[in-house]
Design a protein around this ligand. Structure first.
Ligand code: AMP
Length: 546
């Protein structure tokens, strides 16, 4: 869950030769406190500095006791850390990947020779996170390999950790997307009582592994990965999930070159009022999380994930994080200012377009960032810089993956704004084709019913054959509302009103008056006609008489 990238912190986190054993232990406990209990890294760092100063003066101070005194950890959390061994370093990690079937208690996994959990056979250990370890398993019923994330027996009794683990399973189940590691389910093993999450097994390496191997990635490869993760975020955000821990170590890259977002351990649902973090805690990884999240994890929203994606892109492109520092405090202080070196100063191959994209992703103020992952996708695609197939991938393997093939052969993928535009256009078309039912009173007060398309109604409003106080509905028995209350007719009505000021301010009155004037005109014509006939008859009568 929370590990400093070994490359970046090589001269920082791994204590130098002259570092005392106590300082090493303190630093390790600091990491574990942040990783296991998601406490505020800034507070931990402050406490660490204070304790080291006192120890430097020869005082006998215990760091874990200091953390409890400062109310950063509870007593039981401190005790837990005392019993827990430190997260494995990279060499141990590599060795453990090669280890066959046995569990490694040092990684927080259950002790003993567990070969099954639930209905799954355990094959080997894949890695370790803050809450436990991940194993390769075999799902006999589905005849497939799966990854089994098992909550360590030591962590399970802690309600907040257990709840977070269960939440990770629930959040994961909501997300089905080719760029997100699939969660098949979560359960508790009846025999051992161990909690576990069943995940899609991703045979691949993390983006952090790629960085460790190469120092930095080719521009096309980095953008390919980031574009995939932006698609993952677009889907997660649409499902109201904020990841809150985007970083190279949480991106798995398949042999076919698909990047998949993993580890929803810190994710939150946007609409979930319950939170496992206290308001002042900043959780996530200091190098990648934005300032607002460092101050208060509850402040994290979609734009915080976009920032962390930007920090990840920066790291992949330059081999450095945008805000390096020797402590969480130093990093956060730099983020408060928000100024970072342009990526193109470090890697001169980086074009201006990418510098601009990074500036928007890494803006200090969330309002100045890209507001949605879809906007990031649009700009990344427009840059045409992402490799279709990354250079580190065998083309044959890539072409065996149906998702990769589909992406290669289909035109540009649809982003959320595209989808919204499409559905808005479809809705507009449907509205245009819809029949409106009208009712109004004619000048004599008789109720008139009529119907027609919106265009038809607008035409009749325009030529004055429908009064402005007519009511309309989308069904004969539906709820009738005045025309002016339907957005479809508001502009037409306004135009009709503005054309008739010399006649009547109110088009209804104008219509009635126009109809009334017509009646008088007819009466006048009729009277004139009768008068003319009378005149002719009188003339004839007088002529005959004489
Ligand atoms: P996590 O606890 O999610 O940080 O996972 C710890 C490590 O386990 C990762 O760094 C990966 O090396 C490995 N891992 C996690 N999930 C998977 C997966 N679905 N497939 C393969 N390896 C995984």
């Amino acid at each position: 869950m929370y590990y400093f990238p070994p490359k970046v912190l090589a001269n920082v986190e791994i204590p130098s030769d002259n570092t005392t054993g106590a300082a090493q232990t303190n630093r390790r406990y600091a990491r574990m406190a942040i990783s296991f209990f998601a406490v505020d890294p800034v507070q931990v760092e402050r406490a660490l500095r204070a304790v080291q100063e006192r120890q430097g003066r020869g005082e006998n101070v215990d760091f874990l006791t200091a953390l409890t005194a400062a109310k950063i950890l509870s007593k039981s959390q401190a005790e837990h850390l005392r019993l827990e061994k430190a997260p494995a370093d990279q060499a141990e990690e590599d060795a453990s990947r090669r280890r066959p079937t046995k569990f490694d208690p040092a990684a927080g996994a259950p002790a003993g020779d567990l070969t099954r959990i639930g209905p799954y056979r355990i094959l080997r250990r894949l890695g370790a996170g803050g809450m436990g370890a991940v194993y390769l398993g075999f799902d006999g019923a589905g005849n497939r390999q799966v990854a089994l994330k098992i909550l360590s027996a030591e962590q399970a009794p802690k309600q907040n950790i257990l709840q977070r683990f269960q939440r990770e399973g629930r959040h994961g189940a909501l997300l089905v997307h080719p760029n997100i590691v699939r969660t098949f389910g979560a359960a508790q093993d009846a025999e051992t009582g161990l909690h576990f999450i069943v995940l899609e097994y991703v045979e691949g390496i993390t983006a952090l592994d790629l960085l460790d191997r190469a120092g930095k990635l080719q521009i096309g490869d980095a953008l390919h990965i980031i574009l995939d993760i932006a698609r993952a975020l677009e889907h997660a955000h649409k499902s109201q999930i904020i990841h809150r821990d985007i970083k190279p170590g949480n991106i798995l890259v398949t042999p076919s070159g698909l990047a998949k977002l993993s580890d929803l351990g810190l994710a939150k649902r946007r609409d979930d009022p319950a939170s496992l973090t206290h308001a002042t805690q900043g959780i996530g990884t200091p190098y990648y999380m934005p300032y607002e999240q460092a101050m208060n994890a509850k402040m994290a929203d979609e734009r915080s994930d976009i920032y962390a994606l930007g920090a990840t892109l920066y790291h992949l492109l330059t081999g450095e994080v945008p805000f390096p520092g020797e402590s969480s405090l130093e990093i956060v202080e730099k983020k408060a200012v928000g100024v970072f070196r342009r990526a193109s100063e470090i890697n001169t191959e980086i074009p201006v377009t990418l510098d601009e994209i990074l500036t928007r992703m890494l803006a200090r103020d969330p309002a100045s960032r890209y507001q949605t992952a879809s906007d990031v996708i649009v700009d990344l695609e427009r840059s045409h810089l992402a490799a279709k197939i990354p250079s580190f991938v065998q083309i044959d393997s890539a072409l065996q993956d149906p998702v990769v093939v589909e992406r290669l052969t289909s035109p540009v993928e649809t982003t959320q704004p595209d989808l919204q535009l499409q559905s808005a256009a479809q809705a507009k078309k449907a509205r245009e084709q819809q029949i409106w039912f009208l009712r109004y009173r004619d000048p004599r007060g008789n109720l008139v019913k009529a119907k027609g398309s919106a265009a038809n109604v607008l035409e009749r409003i325009k030529n004055g054959t429908i009064p402005a106080n007519a009511e309309a509905s989308l069904s004969a028995q539906g709820k009738f509302k005045p025309l002016g209350q339907w957005p479809e007719f508001q502009t037409g009505l306004a135009a009709a009103t503005s054309r008739e000021p010399e006649e009547k301010a109110n088009p209804a009155e104008a219509w009635a008056e126009r109809s009334g004037r017509g009646r008088w005109l007819w009466l006048a014509v009729a009277a004139a006609g009768i008068g003319a006939v009378g005149l002719v008859l009188t003339t004839v009568f007088l002529w005959v008489w004489n």
